[in-house]
Design a protein around this ligand. Sequence first.
Ligand SMILES: [Ca+2]
Length: 127
Amino acid sequence: MRFTARRLIASLSVLGLLATQSTAFVADEQKKVEFFEGKEFVGASESAKDDTTIDLTKSKVSADGLSSIKVPYGYIVKLTEKSGHESILLSEGNYNDPGKFGWDNYAATAEVKHYSALEYELQAARV
Ligand SMILES: [Ca+2]
């Protein structure tokens, strides 16, 4: 009787662990960098989940220019203006108004890089 009860508890623990892991997995899969044409995350938007370079002048935010951006944990985004001479790196954060640092409707390309947690701590420390 005791043995059975213990086994049941052990089984439930394993199921609980699996459920927690699959939930974390789903949450991670839904993470993405989001680009918006308006400040405060409004207007037409573009998103990226994997390593990629987006030509913002030909993307969904091209009509009004990039004016806000959401960068989840694990991502670093490099924005570059059209001459290619100026660029900035953004790590995790919700940037509601990049105009505050002179980047409203200014970026022409966005290079998105996705890192594992360990790599990210190293990379983000350099931003
Ligand atoms: Ca804009």
